[in-house]
Design a protein around this ligand. Structure first.
Ligand SMILES: C[S@@+](CC[C@H](N)C(=O)[O-])C[C@H]1O[C@@H](n2cnc3c(N)ncnc32)[C@H](O)[C@@H]1O
Length: 240
């Protein structure tokens, strides 16, 4: 079943996701760090470390949003980082951030759909996605496109929410995620749906082995899943 942000609208998931991120973009960074108590920053660092051994020169950050994962990838000293996203609102907050931090000559943010990437085959040494794949309208199509633009021997790193399994953490976390987070998110972002969509989309996302199975199916090798913080998030990797 497809989980939509705005259930009363009949537009496609992709358009709804773009509209939702446009709407919350001014508050996105603040809410991300606030609602995760800053853990998201550590997760991005850990995910980027998965690329240290291949020393990528060209990196593509898919669903880049306001560019935080792309910025973190600069720790690898690449020659080029490109970020793509379908939300102009998120990209414009990201561009402002890059300008302020004088990083706009190192990272290029472009409008682009993960399911139809505007790049040639085998162009990138590494593909990275943080908290993006869960929002794709067609997950397998998005992953197939990533595989296409990655060079043979290149590595994909996906960071995404997953579902904690151990008692009593699972119960405590579910209470926070389903009750507290949507209330605070709605209050601050003023978007009624966005922070209800978040737990719903995490619940329906094929996490853990189900996700590495899909990565295998689209062609990736040596796929792995590394759970973070008792399974709230996971890092998935694969090689082309
Ligand atoms: C939760 S944000 C993550 C942003 C950023 N990667 C981060 O770590 O903060 C998810 C992003 O995915 C983007 N997105 C969703 N579907 C997409 C698609 N089909 N193609 C490109 N971007 C997409 C949204 O617009 C949004 O900016």
């Amino acid at each position: 079943m497809t989980v939509l942000p705005y259930k009363d609208k009949d537009t496609a998931k992709k358009q709804q996701v773009a509209d939702m991120f446009d709407s919350i973009s001014p508050k996105y960074d603040f809410l991300n760090h606030f609602l995760s108590l800053g853990i998201d920053i550590r997760w991005r660092k850990k995910a980027i470390k998965q690329l240290q051994e291949i020393k990528p020169k060209n990196i593509l950050d898919i669903a880049t949003g306001t560019g935080d994962f792309a910025i973190e990838s600069l720790s690898l000293n690449p020659e080029q980082v490109v970020g793509v996203d379908i939300s102009e609102g998120m990209l414009s907050v990201g561009r402002e951030k890059l300008k302020k931090r004088k990083l706009d000559d190192r990272i290029t943010l472009k409008s682009g759909d993960s399911e139809n990437l505007p790049f040639d085959d085998n162009m990138f040494d590494a593909i990275i996605v943080a908290f993006g794949v869960r929002n794709f309208e067609n997950l397998e199509k998005g992953l197939t496109e990533m595989f296409r633009v990655l060079r043979p021997g290149g590595k994909v790193v996906v960071l995404e929410f997953s579902k904690p399994k151990s008692f009593p953490f699972k119960q405590l976390y579910n209470f926070y995620f389903k009750n507290i987070l949507p209330t605070v998110g709605k209050l601050i972002s003023k978007d009624k749906a966005a922070y209800t969509y978040l737990p719903e989309s995490v619940k329906s996302f094929p996490d853990g082995k189900m996700f590495t199975d899909i990565l295998d199916r689209v062609g990736f090798n040596k796929t792995q899943c590394k759970p973070l913080t008792l399974g709230i998030s996971s890092i998935y990797t694969g090689i082309k």
